[in-house]
Ligand binder design. Structure first.
Ligand SMILES: [Zn+2]
Length: 384
């Protein structure tokens, strides 16, 4: 998400992870409670008290966010969907489900319990504030705010902008009506994207109206939501296009091979410019020595290219990431994006049989998309 998260606890077998971006929001919220909110509302506390109450309120707020996520996770687990971890990050919390929900009903319950739990927490905090009212000013201050924030959390999460809880509830309803998980995801994520844009526009309007910080924050969340919604639709599409395929199905068998002694300029002229290969294999007879890519070539000054041999500029085989021909296509794509590769040679019994390039996979998905082609969608099959 934003840097490497670290695990801080384990509850009901679920790892509780904290993303570094979370620390920023904890600091901002603690600071604004201690320095602005409470001093503006309540007079006569000591500085230490403002800070102690401010930090405690921020901490309890994050406990509420965690409880909200745990509610999702526990309902999911009860229904047999594993939840390996919950991550707290700058925009709140995320429960990671090991798989997509298997039925509309299942998704409905898992999503709906989130806002409900926030409503429950808001009511409990409201009761505590009510009991403390006029008796214990600090407790009153903390719980009035916690009740308010949790109520807002509940309302915000009820909005139909996928991937918010409300958007998931919306998807489950469309799914239930149409019987198609894919169609429901497309509809829900389109609504989510629009919702994100509305938040961005609203944020800009707020900022122009003088509420700069709130406006920027609003727009930032809108941007995050719209890209999350778009990602969800895309990854589903990827999954349905790629899941029946293996590396063998998507590799290019017509890769170019050059000898180790070939001049770089020749390789560029013939293979890269004329034939359009972004990578060629450097091999001696059947023995692959390495791969020469456009980025390898670009490391050299144009003047040097004429008298450099392919072998001198290539990435040696020991440094090249390869995959066996039977690797699922989705795994290859994940490898490519994780390691930021442009192409991956495909091996079969130690021999190189093809080349997969990032560009070609993406082209294939685009073509499939344009043709409305969804091969026997394994996703719908799995979800039943
Ligand atoms: Zn939620």
């Amino acid at each position: 998400m934003f840097g490497q998260s670290f695990t801080v606890a384990r509850i009901f077998g679920i790892a509780i992870e904290i993303n570094p971006s979370w620390l920023i929001i904890v600091a901002i919220i603690s600071f604004s409670f201690s320095n602005n909110v409470f001093p503006d509302q309540y007079e006569g506390w000591s500085t230490a008290t403002y800070w102690a109450i401010g930090i405690t309120t921020a901490a309890l707020f994050f406990v509420s966010v965690l409880l909200h996520e745990l509610a999702h996770a526990l309902v999911a687990k009860r229904r047999g969907v594993d939840v390996p971890k919950i991550t707290l990050f700058i925009f709140g919390g995320v429960s990671h489900m090991a798989e997509q929900p298997r039925s509309a009903r299942e998704e409905f319950y898992i999503a709906a319990v989130g806002p409900l739990s926030s409503v429950g927490i808001a009511i409990i905090c409201g009761l505590v504030a009510w009991v403390a009212f006029g008796r214990q000013e600090q407790v009153e201050a903390m719980f009035v705010w916690l009740a308010g924030i949790n109520a807002m959390l509940a309302i915000f999460n009820t909005l139909p902008g996928f991937p918010l809880d409300g958007g998931r509830v919306f998807r489950s309803i469309v799914w239930g009506r149409t019987g198609s998980f894919r169609k429901a995801t497309t509809v829900a994520s389109n609504v989510g994207v629009v919702f994100g844009y509305i938040m961005i526009i609203g944020g800009i309007a707020l900022a122009l109206g003088g509420f700069v910080l709130n406006g920027v924050w609003f727009a930032f969340i809108g941007w995050f939501l719209s890209s999350a919604a778009r990602n969800e639709a895309q990854s589903l599409q990827l999954e349905s296009v790629l899941s029946p395929l293996t590396a063998r199905d998507i590799m290019d068998r017509n890769f170019a091979t050059v000898t180790p002694g070939a001049s770089l300029q020749q390789v560029i002229d013939r293979h890269m410019v004329i034939d359009g290969h972004r990578a060629v294999i450097v091999a001696n007879d059947d023995r692959v020595l390495g791969i020469l890519t456009v980025s390898d070539v670009r490391k050299l000054e144009p003047a040097e290219r004429a008298n450099t041999a392919a072998q001198a500029a290539m990435t040696p085989r020991s440094d090249v990431v390869t995959v066996p021909a039977g690797t699922p296509a989705l795994e290859v794509l994940m490898l490519i994006s994780e390691k930021r590769l442009n192409q991956v040679p495909v091996l079969e019994e130690g021999r190189m049989v093809g080349l997969i390039s990032r560009r070609e996979i993406l082209d294939r998905i685009q073509v499939a998309n344009k043709l409305g082609f969804m091969p026997g969608s394994s996703v719908d099959r799995r979800l039943g």
